[in-house]
Design a protein around this ligand. Sequence first.
Ligand SMILES: [Zn+2]
Length: 469
Amino acid sequence: MNGSRNTWNKVAPLLALVLGARPGMAQEGAPSAPPVTPLVPPVLALVEPWPADHPLQPALATVRADDLRDYERWLASDERQGRCAGEPGNDEAGDWIAQQFEEMGLAPLGSDGSFFQPFEFSVRGGERGLKATTRNVVGLWEGSDPELRSQVIVLGAHYDHVGTTSSRDAGRAGRPTATDTIWNGADDNGSGTSTLIEVAEAFAMGGVRPKRSLVFIAFSAEEQGLFGSAWWCANPTVPRENVVAMVNLDMVGRNADRPVEMAAVGSLQDDLWRRLVDASRPAAPDLALELKDHFLPDSDHASFIDAGIPATFFFSGMHDDYHRISDSWDKIEYERMAQIGRMATALLWNTANCAEPFRFAKPVFQPRGRGKRLGVQGDALADAARLAALGLPQEHGGYLVETVLPDGVGAKAGLVAGDVILSIGGKPISSDDPNVSLRRLIAGAAAKEDVAIVVLRGDEQVTLTARWE
Ligand SMILES: [Zn+2]
């Protein structure tokens, strides 16, 4: 984590050679042993922007905060009804993204000669067996090298969100108000979708073609279980062996005071992601990044990693508006998003031009953050109908355990998939935001002593004993 800057002097000249970039990017005058502070790896002062005649500048110059704001306002407006997969607001958003791709001059790369790849998915929160249809939107920007352009680098972002109070999707947190029943999903993931469009447009408007081709995919049904990306990986619209690497954008519009996280950089051997990121920093010299080798299966990059395709993930961090009606376009930090857009543009450029082999490595699964954890994954139950069906009062939330991670505190306490956690240490999970509530209860649970966890298992309430050492 803290070594990226140390390797700069070694790798930059090499990459400049490999990538055919100008020697000016090699940061002459960088101190040989810069101080490295854990958690804030990029030493910003050492990164100088690329010169005005760098071949990527025509593309970078088009990435603007104002464009991003315009896209975001359209995607996260109330008219889109929270873009829930399978609903009209989502279909409308898909049509609009395809129209943007077409106008900028991308070639259609859906499943039938259009920009669309339709697929069926199981509706989260719906009755058993309930299915709906939605679409990925896929566009191609062809590379310049006659040999290499059959290979593609994917830039992806999911454009769906969790809808309105009348949607089936159970992924909503918080409550509607008398005047607002729409989960607009500005950061999640209007931000990544807007950035995806802006980056595609940067290559197209700048007339910049790297050696390999770029495939831009707006995924749907991510919120319901990463369905769109899983579908594309199982049914790729280019030959599978030609998919070299993937970059994911999900929630990139908030927390401008913190470094942007890039997870799963361990998915390429030889530290190649790290070196490609370092080589891309001059495109956004003020952008602080925190690179992490490990990954969480919490967005579309996970589908690519499951398919053995190296993938990394831009993420600007959690916030209190996550999955709430208050995730609105006016809270997005557009200048910061533009920096992320420039960084993604440069990373695609360097990856698509890279002369080194791309060797996949399965990154280590590791939960986010520090401190106590339960070691389970699942679904927060805030939906009044589901809670009533479980016989719980309205203020009482629950957390449906779907996966118990091996060797975690939850596994040792005897939690199993299907359990609904009701309380920890005698404190009930609130229905207002079960995710946050669960996290707080875990964080507040006593350490080094027995803590009672009450779960609903079938019709029975069972008390388990957990221990955080
Ligand atoms: Zn989400």
